[in-house]
Write a protein that binds this ligand. Structure first.
Ligand code: CMX
Length: 428
């Protein structure tokens, strides 16, 4: 048995013991109530899911297992996937075994390239990524084993197989999409001497600067997971809960990530910064910037990269990117503007609409695009693909653990207006 499989098996035993304890202490205890506002308002704040890969604290941000963003931001994505799915970092031997296993599975079938090359030239790269994964669905080991007859306790093992195959192919798939969509269509081959993010950086063929490979590593680490209730993770889990295999579930999650209120928001931030650059040059005066921000707010638009549904402080992932920028991209005009926005925007948002903005601080998207710009990756439409490559780690880990814990199909109850009205008029 591979070390990661053994690690997941042990983690599942620990998690199951915790759940047994929770159930023994109060399976029927009420921990959250739902208001009518929440029923009509996207179920915001409703506690209705258990997810043990990661959690987001409003004040300290993303945690994976017990580690804060500061504590894991220097790791490799492979170590992060290990942590998400086993609750522990791998030792050197386990890491090497895992990386070797991924490398052996990296080849992407020719029929996937045929599908991607046959699409309209303006097809969005996120459509290509989602389709690329879906095109390989016939490779699902879970599906084949399920058709033969599989015990429920074995679901996670074959889902792990699918996860390994999908993750192994992702850097090549994403880089191939970049070459087909924005380059000359020639694919740079996978290099088994490079790690997962090193391969992505190399196959993109954008920059030989070591900083670019370092940025890809950091980018893939910081976007890996964000609890279970966000649009893409939740979608992926709902689809997989029907025992649709991981290819269906990952593709579905990516379709959610492609929305402008979710993953696509990152490209808006760089567009915004470039607009500021076009209007006011490299080093805009802070008062001029303040007036511009107020104009945007008064016209009813939001300031991209600021605010968050859960966080109530500066996103620690923003801080990690900013530290990277200080060390590697300090002279870049976009980086300088992003920094200046950080010193101007929060103070405006704090007072805006009588303090209605729940979080005036920057999120991860406020900085990432400027760093990509520094290394010459300026195709905005590709940014969410990078986000997606990283976030698939979270989709895979969440689904493996949920299946390993025997979680059933997800099926909340919906109600009609008439039902709500009756509930309001009939006491009790
Ligand atoms: N600029 C202007 N107004 C903002 C704002 C911003 N950056 N962030 C929030 N507000 C406004 C909202 O539009 C809302 O106003 P109305 O009630 O008049 O519609 C009010 O403040 C309250 O919203 P909120 O509770 O603070 O924020 P939500 O949880 O509803 O939304 C988010 C969160 C991220 C969608 C929102 O802050 C936003 O649109 N930010 C800009 C886009 C962005 O950066 N998206 C990336 C999100 C990253 C991620 O999800 O990981």
């Amino acid at each position: 048995m591979s070390d990661i499989k053994e690690g997941i098996q042990n983690h599942l035993l620990e998690l199951q013991l915790e759940i047994d304890d929770i159930f023994a202490k109060g399976r029927d205890s009420v921990v959250s109530e739902v208001t009518i506002g929440q029923i009509y308002g996207g179920m915001r704040g409703l506690i209705a899911l258990a997810c043990n890969t990661s959690y987001v604290d409003p004040y300290s941000g993303l945690h994976i297992s017990e580690y804060t963003t500061d504590e894991f931001s220097d790791k490799l994505p492979e170590e992060i996937f290990f942590l998400l799915s086993t609750g522990k970092f791998p030792d050197r031997k386990s890491l090497a075994e895992f990386q070797n296993d991924l490398s052996l599975r990296a080849t992407i079938p020719q029929y996937t390239w045929n599908v991607l090359r046959s699409l309209h030239k303006d097809t969005h790269p996120m459509t290509m990524l989602s389709l690329g994964i879906l095109s390989m669905e016939n490779e699902s080991v879970f599906k084949k084993e399920y058709q033969k007859g599989l015990k429920k306790s074995e679901y996670w093992e074959y889902t792990l197989e699918d996860a390994m195959n999908i993750l192994a192919k992702l850097p090549g798939l994403a880089a191939g999409i970049y070459q087909i969509r924005f380059g000359d269509g020639n694919l740079i081959p996978h290099d088994s001497n490079l790690d997962w993010s090193g391969n992505l950086a190399n196959m993109l063929g954008i920059s030989n600067d070591k900083g670019f490979a370092d940025l890809m590593r950091l980018y893939l680490v910081l976007h890996c997971d964000h609890e279970g209730g966000n649009v893409s993770a939740f979608t992926s889990r709902v689809v997989n809960s029907a025992l649709s295999d991981l290819y269906y579930a990952v593709s579905a999650g990516l379709n959610g990530l492609a929305g402008p209120l979710h993953g696509l928001a990152n490209q808006e931030c760089l567009r915004f910064i470039l607009e500021i650059h076009d209007k006011f040059g490299d080093d805009p005066d802070e008062d001029v910037l303040r007036a511009y921000i107020l104009d945007i707010l008064n016209s009813g638009k939001v300031i991209p990269g600021y605010g968050h549904a859960v966080l109530r402080v500066t996103d620690p992932r923003f801080t990690a990117f900013m530290n990277f920028g200080e060390a590697n991209c300090a002279s870049n005009h976009c980086f300088k503007i992003a920094k200046k926005l950080f010193s101007v925007v929060p103070d405006i948002l704090i007072h805006y609409k009588g303090g209605k903005v729940a979080n005036p601080w920057p999120n991860v998207d406020a900085m990432s695009g400027s760093l990509l710009n520094h290394y010459g990756l300026n195709e905005f439409d590709f940014y969410t693909v990078l986000f997606g490559v990283s976030r698939v780690m979270g989709f895979c880990a969440q689904n493996i653990l949920a299946l390993g814990l025997g979680q059933p199909i997800i099926r909340p109850k919906s109600v009609t207006n008439r039902w709500v009205l009756e509930k309001l008029t009939v006491p009790g």
